[in-house]
Design a binder for this molecule. Structure first.
Ligand SMILES: Cc1cc2nc3c(=O)[nH]c(=O)nc-3n(C[C@H](O)[C@H](O)[C@H](O)COP(=O)(O)O)c2cc1C
Length: 189
């Protein structure tokens, strides 16, 4: 039985994205009772405040998908020491209309992979600042810096290195604990 639903956003629309492979790996390693589902961003148009009075359906669906899950993992590349524009555009849709931010109170976690030694750490710092502004509690530890080597993840998300698989499993467990901490408490009538 699945009792927890985690959404994930991939901050890359590349057809060969290594971050998508990492997301697939997380999907595979999800603990019993937890389902990971993608919240896609590639069909979102550019955000403009002109849309605030009447959001297009694709953006309404995007916001609802965030609001409907127990937590959101953002799996992102680093572009020039920050997050890619496609991801920032998606986050802008989520943040508006004013007062209706979809991330308000939503448990979040960030993770990413690149071949570089700091493995998207700079992008993740920017992303955490944005999520803090959204009032979204964000996983502090473990930090999701995954340095890619050729073949580390297969296209379908198999992890070929045992230590990496163990790290990702621990990462998901820690995020599950954060979600638990922020879960609404049912009050008996
Ligand atoms: C515009 C651009 C900027 C980049 N800047 C960085 C960077 O700042 N740090 C880094 O580690 N890799 C950087 N890279 C390399 C990416 O890590 C690499 O292209 C990676 O495969 C992107 O993730 P993806 O495959 O999931 O799309 C950059 C790539 C592009 C296209």
């Amino acid at each position: 039985m699945t009792d927890r639903k985690i959404g994930y956003i991939v901050g890359s629309i590349s057809s060969t994205s290594i971050n998508r492979r990492l997301a697939k790996a997380l999907e595979r390693l999800a603990p019993e009772g937890t389902a990971l589902v993608e919240i896609p961003i590639e069909d979102l148009p550019f955000y403009s405040p002109d849309h605030d009075a009447d959001y297009p359906q694709v953006a309404r669906d995007f916001k609802k998908a965030i609001e409907d899950v127990d937590g959101v993992i953002i799996v992102t590349p680093e572009y020039s020491r920050s997050i890619p524009g496609v991801l920032k555009n998606a986050l802008d849709w989520a943040a508006r209309p004013w007062g209706q931010g979809s991330f308000d109170g939503k448990p979040t976690a960030v993770i990413g992979t690149s071949g570089g030694g700091i493995a998207t750490a700079a992008a993740q710092q920017h992303l955490k600042a944005i999520l803090s502004h959204y009032n979204a509690p964000t996983l502090g530890q473990p930090e999701g810096y995954v340095q890619t080597t050729p073949g580390l993840f297969t296209e379908t998300g198999e992890v070929t290195n045992e230590q990496t698989a163990e790290f990702l499993t621990a990462y998901l467990e820690a995020f599950g604990a954060l979600i638990e901490r922020y879960a609404p408490v049912a009050v008996a009538a």
